[in-house]
Design a protein around this ligand. Structure first.
Ligand code: AMP
Ligand code: MG
Length: 275
């Protein structure tokens, strides 16, 4: 499977061109493709419903699995995107896997183990809230592993995604790109708003000091792993309403390309009278 659709987003492509090095500073996190908030809030409604319809056929069709990966710095909006975009998708065909600090059992295995276990079965969607990309993000930034280790991982990840693609798992990767100012505002909101305080950890402030190192790590993640079989979508995420539309549009477009079908009705069923 390949995705040649560079989904235009005003003058800023959602999928960076494959033939050029991705430069993170050229991508504006506040980009809105000329859309207003009202337009976005209107567009997202039918997109959610369409996604649910497509998920139903995906389940009946049973040929493909969908792996949705969300990455982004703290406060980029990974949780919010999941809540908004998948609001209408039924829970039967869809599950969310959150990946935090690995536990003892996970650390005793190869780094891909805990992620591979949560990959979707045919007919289903798995949403990864963080993913194996943390192996080249937090583990690089916090020097949990040495450079010689994380440098090898881009090729390993590309090979893993190639394998998933060969197995008819469609890999959809979204990098939620926010600005440093926007992160400050969102962290401040977590401190000030009693309903958001539970999300705040004092470590968040230390992590913010690593902003530049994280930006380099995100840049390399997109540079090295933006492949035709599993392209990165760079989502301008300062405006939540636009972020959700970009992600929902990309999912709907990709699922529509799969030409999903309900299985043929068994012989003798059509016209049957139920008594
Ligand atoms: P959250 O997703 O905001 O609830 O937080 C999850 C935390 O787990 C974040 O601080 C991540 O940096 C951390 N985390 C995720 N994956 C890894 C990993 N492979 N190694 C170390 N920390 C991780
Ligand atoms: Mg979080």
């Amino acid at each position: 499977m390949s995705n040649n659709n560079h989904g235009k987003n005003g003058d800023q492509p959602v999928i960076p061109p494959f033939d050029r090095d991705f430069a993170i500073e050229k991508y504006n996190p506040a980009h809105t493709g000329g859309m207003s908030k009202e337009q976005a809030l209107e567009e997202i409604v039918p997109l959610r419903t369409r996604l649910n319809d497509l998920q139903n056929v995906l389940y009946a069709d049973r040929r493909f699995s969908i792996l949705v990966i969300l990455q982004g710095i703290d406060t980029a909006g990974k949780d919010g995107t999941i809540n908004s975009v998948f609001q209408v998708v039924g829970p039967l065909g869809c599950h969310v896997a959150n990946f935090g600090v690995p536990n003892e059992e996970e650390l005793a295995h190869d780094y891909m183990w805990r992620y591979h276990k949560q990959c979707p079965e045919r007919g289903k969607i798995a949403i990864f809230n963080r993913s194996y990309y943390e192996a080249v993000l937090v583990e690089r930034v916090k020097e949990i592993v040495p450079p010689s280790t994380w440098r090898e991982r881009y090729d390993e990840i590309n090979a893993f995604e190639r394998y998933l693609d060969d197995q008819h798992t469609v890999v959809m990767k979204f990098f939620l790109h926010i600005s440093k100012d926007e992160q400050r505002e969102r962290l401040q909101e977590r401190v000030d708003n009693p309903r958001k305080q539970w999300k705040f950890r004092s470590g968040d402030i230390d992590e913010r000091r690593n902003w530049d190192t994280y930006q380099s790590a995100f840049e390399d993640m997109v540079r090295k792993c933006n492949t035709r079989h599993a392209p990165w979508h760079v989502v301008p995420a300062d405006r939540k309403w636009y972020r959700d539309v970009v992600v929902a549009r990309a999912l709907v477009e990709r699922l529509e390309q799969l030409d999903l079908k309900y299985p043929q009705t068994a012989e003798g069923v059509a016209g049957l009278k139920v008594v």
